[in-house]
Design a protein around this ligand. Structure first.
Ligand code: NAD
Ligand code: 6OD
Length: 484
């Protein structure tokens, strides 16, 4: 069994307290993970502070950026190790992690190295009454020690999405990976050492959220800023912790994303895109679709094709190239998802397909498997139409007018993402403008240039990251005015 330890000041550090990491595939224990108490968190924050004022803070931008390119290259060199670790922790199909999670884990270091290298700040020449003038310019400094609190659904991708820009901007970090996915963050420690990133720049502490490593870290007075991805409820708790010391937060949180399918859409593209957005990563993608609205003339045909697509998905092991759907992350999460499967029936849904746990052969029988599920027939105020489930499921409802569907899609506390399927350009612009979310796709899903802003509206988030928008969070701008 693997031993997963913290990574503090360039070294792997154990704790007396440990917890078991179980495989989502079989529920067997696959690793023993160190659980940080206040002492380990304190050591990690102290190491990050020392590196900030020491070696990392003294590097020129070009040297820092070179090291981050090195990190990206080393992840790619050790690609298979990252792939194995990620799929062991999550059970996700390797075909998915090979194309999304691991390449993006490397790319996140390159993209932000490029952004930091190329972004200018303002510079103005001013006239002054004495005729000698002044130079007024802005500089960017690191914000300090950044706490990075991560979820389990896309562990390496979402962690490096924060660590990449934080380090590129000259900060140091203490990462708290999800208790469900400790491996790739730890492996990244080896990478940091191998490429010569100074010790203390990148630290990892393992543990849980409340009353554990997550709360100790976000409540630590040595942390200057907190960036978080996860559930809205956890984000709200972290905001409270950040209020102590008035520290900035960047929060990427939950969603209940709608797909809106107009009768004039490219039907095959809409089906393919909706299948991906509902079922990719077993529905455990914050941007995934859980509400589908289909214009009435297309409704029956659309539901039939979505059902056929869902029923073709093969549940299986990560390494099997035919696998389309892995397990959920844990039995605990499966209990939550199945409670919504039951609620849907209790509220009167028609179960188009699925609706239950999936029975799997052999040792997989003990894993966190559920059937891909589609419902129809519920009112918009049903729990499964309002609350984030984070499983491979969606409710499909008909609509009659553009006005109506925009109102219904917006009638939710979340506002992360939406996808609109139409060939009418004017309608695409109109609807995109009126949907209350941070990200709208038209005739696509999960397609995005990493230089663009990413984040949620309403209870889905606070702030935007991506490209130069990350710089706004991870740097402090200083205004310097020099009278000549
Ligand atoms: P979670 O909120 O349970 O946990 C996320 C992280 O926060 C974990 O590391 C956890 O240990 C820690 N944590 C939890 N409570 C904490 C507290 N009080 N103080 C400090 N740390 C705490 O989320 P999850 O179950 O890991 O991930 C799934 C959720 O994440 C879903 O709601 C999903 O929508 C959301 N998510 C959002 C985005 C986005 O970009 N908006 C991306 C991925 C996932
Ligand atoms: O692609 C990204 O950068 C990103 N933050 C994706 C988030 C996916 C949520 O599960």
């Amino acid at each position: 069994m693997k031993q997963i330890d913290h990574f503090i000041d360039g070294a792997f550090v154990a704790s007396a307290r440990r917890f078991d990491k179980r495989s989502p595939l079989t529920n067997a224990v696959i690793a023993s993970v160190a659980e940080a108490g206040r002492a380990e968190v304190d050591a990690a924050v102290g190491a990050a502070r020392a590196a900030l004022v020491g070696p990392w803070g003294k590097l020129a931008v070009a040297e820092r950026v070179d090291l981050l390119y090195g990190v990206a290259n080393e992840i790619n060199r050790r690609f298979d190790e990252f792939l194995e670790a990620e799929s062991a922790d999550t059970g996700k199909p390797m075909s998915l992690a090979r194309h999304i999670d691991i390449p993006r884990g490397a790319e996140n270091f390159k993209i932000f190295a490029d952004v930091v290298k190329n972004v200018p700040t303002e510079f103005f020449e001013m006239a002054t009454p004495d005729g000698r003038g002044a130079l007024n310019y802005a500089t960017r400094s690191p914000i300090g020690v950044v706490a990075v609190v991560c979820p389990w659904n896309l562990p390496l991708l979402l962690m490096t999405w924060k660590v990449g820009p934080a380090l590129a901007c000259g900060n140091t970090v203490v990462v708290k990976p999800s208790e469900e996915t400790p491996q790739t963050a730890t492996l990244l420690g080896e990478v940091m050492n191998a490429v010569g990133v100074p010790k203390g720049v990148y630290n990892v502490v393992h543990g849980f959220g409340p009353d554990s490593a997550g709360a100790f870290l976000t409540g630590h007075s040595g942390v200057d800023a907190i960036t978080f991805t996860g559930e809205t409820r956890s984000g709200a708790a972290i905001m409270k912790a950040a209020a102590e010391g008035a520290r900035p937060v960047s929060l990427e949180m939950g969603g209940k994303n709608a797909a809106i399918v107009f009768a004039d859409c490219d039907f095959d593209a809409a089906i393919e895109g909706t299948l991906r957005s509902v079922f990719a990563n077993c529905g455990q993608v914050c941007l995934g679709t859980e509400r589908v609205y289909v214009e009435r003339p297309l409704f029956d045909r659309f539901v039939a094709a979505l059902k056929a697509g869902a029923e073709k998905l093969k549940l299986g092991r990560p390494e099997d190239a035919a696998t389309g759907l892995g397990p959920l992350i844990s039995l605990e999460h499966r209990d939550k998802v199945l409670s919504y499967y039951r609620k849907a029936v209790a509220e009167g849904a028609t179960v188009v397909t699925g609706g239950a746990a999936a029975s799997m052969p052999g040792e997989l029988g003990a894993g966190a498997w559920v059937q891909p599920t589609i419902w129809t027939g519920l009112a918009d105020d049903a729990a499964v139409c309002r609350e984030e489930i984070f499983g491979p499921c969606c409710h499909v409802a008909p609509f009659d007018t553009e006005e109506e569907v925009v109102r219904r899609a917006n009638d939710n506390v979340y506002g992360l993402a939406a996808s609109v399927w139409t060939t009418n350009l004017a309608r695409a612009h109109r609807v995109a403008g009126r949907i209350e979310v941070g990200l709208v796709w038209v005739n696509s899903w999960f397609l995005r240039d990493l230089r663009t802003p990413f984040g949620g509206a309403k209870q889905s988030g606070i702030g935007r990251e991506g490209g130069v928008h990350s710089l706004e969070f991870y740097t402090e701008l200083k205004n310097v005015c020099i009278k000549l």
